[in-house]
Each structure stands twice: as C-alpha cells, then as structure tokens.
Design a protein. Structure first.
Length: 542
C-alpha cells in the first residue's frame, strides 16, 4: 500500500508504504499518517498472527484519536497517546486469554511549525536525513540495539545478530502511567526545511544499512512516492524476511539542496557520513566495493537496463503500484483539485491512473473503471454519502474489470435519512480494498459479484446488515479487518456455497461464533483459530 500526501500547514510532502515482505503471509505493520495534523508514525505488532495485528490496529486508532485533540504540548501529547494505547492493548489482552502477550512497538512523530517531536517505544526507528548524512534519532529498546548504539558492535553485525528481534520495552505488555519515566522516549528536534525524516520498522533496517537508505533517498529526492517504493523494493530484493513499513516526510527545501550538493553529476559519492545516537558522528567511511558486496540493492545503479528490470519486478511484486505513464487525477475544492467531483475524474481516468481525493464529503455514486485506483489522500477523510433526493438503489462504489486496482482510505456512511443500499460492489479480478470504513444501516457493506476476486485488509465495518456478501464462485482474502456488531444480531459474512472466503487476523466483536452464515462446526473452528473473536462488544476507547 502506497500513498502520498502534502501537508499545507507545514509545507512537507509525505509518502508511505507497507508490505508483508517475501517470507511472511501476514502483515503486522501499520503506518500511521494524519498529514493534516502533522502526525506520522510506524507500528509493528508483536504476538503472532491475529494478536500482533490487533495490537497494532488498536494502537493506530487510539493514537490518532488522542492526537486529534490539540491539548497539551507536543511532548505531552505523544507521551500520553502512546501510554493510552498501551493501556488499551493491555486491557484487551487481559480480558481475552487468546490475546495474551499481544503487544507492539511504536515510533511516532509530530511536526508542529518547524519542530519535530518524537515519541518512541521499541525497536522501530526514526532517521533525520540531510544531503550530507543520516542521523538515527531514536535508540532501540533492545539488547542488540543498545550494543550498536554504544558502538560495541557495528551496524552490519547488529543486522545479522540472532537476537536482533528481542525488545525489552513494548506497548501493551503492562499497565503504564502516562507520566512514568523511562517508558516513552520523547525527543525534540528542529524540522528544517532542507531535511527529511524517515520512520521505518525493523523489516527495513534488518535488510538495508543506513548508508544504503541514505543513498536511495538522495537518488529519489523530490519524489516521495518513488522514495518509499524504492526502499521497500530494495528490502524485498535483499531478502524481505519481515514486514516492512516506511513513512517518509520531506521538507520543502530538501530536494533542491540535494540537487545543489551533487551538481551536474548524478552519481552519488561512494559513501556518506552516517550519524547515530542523536546525531553524534561515527565517521565510519566504508568503501564502495565493500558496500556493493554486502548489499543486493545495487541494481538501482545499473542504468536503463536495470530500470527496465526493476519496473518488471515491481509490476510482479506490487501490482497496485503506479504504472509507467500513469497519471494522478486530483479531486477536491477549487484551488486544490483539478476535478470538483470524483465521478468527473473517473470519466477521464484510464487503466493505471490514480484518482486521489482531498478530504471532504462527496454525495455521489462512483463507478471505477478497470485498472483505475481510488485513493483518499488522508485515510478515512473522504466520505461518500447518498445524495439528497436520490431515488432507487444506491451503491456508493461500483468497481469492475480484470486489471484490478486499489480502493484505499475511503469512508462510506449510511443513515436512515440518506440510506446506502450497498457500500461497494466489485466484479472482476484483482481488486485490493484497504483502510476503508463502512458504517450504518445497509443491505451489504461489500458485495462480490459472481466470479469476483479481491483482497480486503485493514478496514472497519460497523454495518447494520451483512458486512460482506460473496457471490457464487467468488474468492476473497480478508486480513486484519475489524467487524463490530451494530443493531440486530446477524452474521457479518454471507458466503455462497461455491464461493471461498479466506479469513486471517480479523477481529469480530459481538457476533459470538456465528461469523459466516450457515458455516459448519468445522469451519467455525477454523475461523476461530485464525482470527480474534470477542463475544462482547469492546468498551469505547478512552
């Protein structure tokens, strides 16, 4: 999943991507981005399968809720947000034995005016990047990370260490007071116009050295989407042994300074100074030959032939990414978007294009052509609703075709006054739906037509009716979604006899064990083993 946003308030540009990697089938990482409020973070779930994913999802929602309230200094806000998330995860795990031991690690940043405030627990990292060097501003709360920060072992040795994934400080493992010392590391730094920051989970730093990260960022400076795509692709090329998530925030003067520092020569220096531990110089210059032998990312420097190969690789590994020659069609208010309505942009879109939507409420039905992506610039800030006075069946989004495409970050809201019959209806193959929120009374939140295939991940359903209805011969992969009971008791999923729904790492609350209508006892047992089922509805988040 990739998205890019521009924060008008602070002049930065933002892109992020999360990927399961090459080895794991589930993704316990969650990016955290609220560009309007200058909030950025990465969360890495711990606990395995559903538990780690649920811990990360809880932390994501709680932190965004707390930081949406501008009370207190930035330091107080990040400290309190992480502490509240910790206690909510701990409470949920205490109430459900199946969730015992679920935790996560969090690195959080708030950009306020020209100040960067960091809250950090665990072994995810935040780097501050300048044209001439890269500084690790966070200290890993892990035995191996402590030794690396103390310069007892090198970065390369830490990357290969068998205990590199152990952490001694996490979010959710025990009750914490928000004012507790030695829990949340809070760091304040200037957010200069000519710098960038990179937040990443250990799936990136275990695969790429700091100098390699810096090299890739410099090469793609000015194109945040390309930065995150290249970093994730390089981590996967290096082995992709873990989930990898990166959030990249670029100051308005960074790219210009990078271009000035390298002049007319696009070839980067063989090595650049790497700083760690709050910017103290290590002055470890590594030879270009040694770096080439240690890294598998050198195909980025092989010129046009490698560029063709990389494009083919990305097309194979990440079919939802931007195709060569694709366009971004921006929808939003006058002065921000080129198109005032989403439907207007869809009429102009062709396969490979992305329709990116600014925050707002859009009372319109959307038909997405084959191969076109619909992306909310800020996740869950774009709401589709029924137009007043509209008659007949109302389907908020209809997507069709065989080339697939992404639908990301959109809310669909149904009310008794303006009811939506179906949230999203999908036919054809290859659609990926993520970070959606579908709520209210409706017949179905998501419908799969006969023979349709899709992936649904990281979404929330609070639907008075069926959350998902799968037609004959359809196939759906549902991962890391949250389904909450609303209104009368009804199974959230309705799967036709000849359809297939794979459920992994989802949270179902308030439905008992009746998740799929008409499921056999064996199917119910399998669903319960692969997901989190809470019989009672969770209490509201504090």
């Amino acid at each position: 999943m990739t998205d890019m946003a521009v924060s008008a308030a602070y002049g930065v540009r933002v892109a992020y991507r999360t990927d399961p990697g090459r080895v794991r089938t589930n993704n316990e990482d969650v990016p955290l981005v609220d560009a309007e409020r200058g909030v950025y973070g990465v969360i890495d779930g711990i606990g395995g399968q559903a538990a780690g994913e649920l811990a990360a999802a809880i932390a994501h929602d709680v932190i965004l809720q707390r930081l949406a309230r501008p009370l207190g200094t930035p330091a107080e806000r990040v400290r309190e947000a992480i502490a509240i998330a910790n206690n909510e995860i701990f409470r949920r795990a205490s109430e459900c034995p199946d969730l015992s031991g679920m935790t996560c690690v969090v690195t959080l940043a708030v950009v306020d005016d020209r100040t960067l405030t960091i809250g950090h627990v665990g072994d995810s990292r935040l780097y501050k990047i300048r044209p001439d060097g890269i500084a690790k501003l966070t200290n890993d709360h892990s035995p191996v990370g402590e030794r690396e920060d103390a310069q007892e072992i090198t970065e390369a040795e830490a990357m290969r260490h068998p205990r590199r994934h152990e952490v001694f400080r996490d979010v959710g493992g025990a009750y914490r007071d928000k004012d507790e010392e030695e829990y949340v590391d809070v760091i304040s730094e200037p957010m200069d116009r000519d710098c960038a920051i990179l937040l990443r989970t250990d799936g990136l730093s275990d695969m790429l050295s700091s100098s390699a990260i810096h090299r890739i960022v410099r090469r793609h400076a000015g194109n945040p989407d390309d930065v995150v795509e290249a970093l994730v692709a390089a981590a996967n090329e290096a082995g992709g042994k873990d989930n990898v998530t990166v959030v990249y925030v670029e100051g308005p003067g960074f790219a210009r300074t990078v271009r000035g520092s390298r002049g007319d020569n696009p070839t980067l220096p063989a090595d650049l100074p790497v700083t760690a531990e709050r910017g103290r110089p290590k002055n470890r210059l590594r030879g270009a030959g040694r770096w080439l032998l240690r890294s598998r990312t050198t195909w980025f420097t092989l010129g046009a032939l490698a560029g063709v190969g990389a494009t083919l690789f990305l097309a194979w590994r990440m079919p939802a990414t931007k195709a060569v020659g694709s366009r971004i069609l921006v929808v939003g208010p006058t002065g921000v978007g080129v198109y005032p309505r989403i439907g207007d942009a869809m009429l102009e879109a062709r396969a490979g294009d992305t329709v990116r939507v600014e925050p707002g409420i859009y009372p319109e039905r959307i038909v997405i052509p084959d191969g076109v992506h619909l992306i909310a610039r800020v996740p869950e800030s774009v709401t589709l609703a029924r137009a007043a006075g509209a008659e007949g069946e109302w389907v908020a989004i209809t997507a069709w075709g065989e080339l697939g495409g992404r639908i990301s970050g959109t809310r669909i809201e149904s009310t008794p006054e303006l009811p939506v019959d179906v949230g999203i209806r999908v036919s054809g193959q290859g659609r990926v739906l993520e970070l959606l929120e579908i709520a209210g009374p409706m017949r179905s939140g998501l419908e799969l037509a006969t023979g349709a295939e899709l992936t649904l991940r990281g979404s929330h359903f609070v639907v008075q009716g069926r959350a998902v209805k799968a037609g004959e011969r359809s196939q759906a992969l549902l991962t890391r979604n949250v389904f909450l009971k609303s209104g009368r008791a009804v199974s959230p999923l309705d799967v036709a006899p000849q359809a297939k729904a794979t459920l992994r790492g989802n949270l179902f609350s308030g439905f008992g064990t009746d998740i799929v209508a008409g499921a056999s006892p064996a199917d119910r047992q399998q669903i319960a083993a692969a997901n989190v089922i809470v019989s009672a509805e969770p209490s509201p988040l504090r």
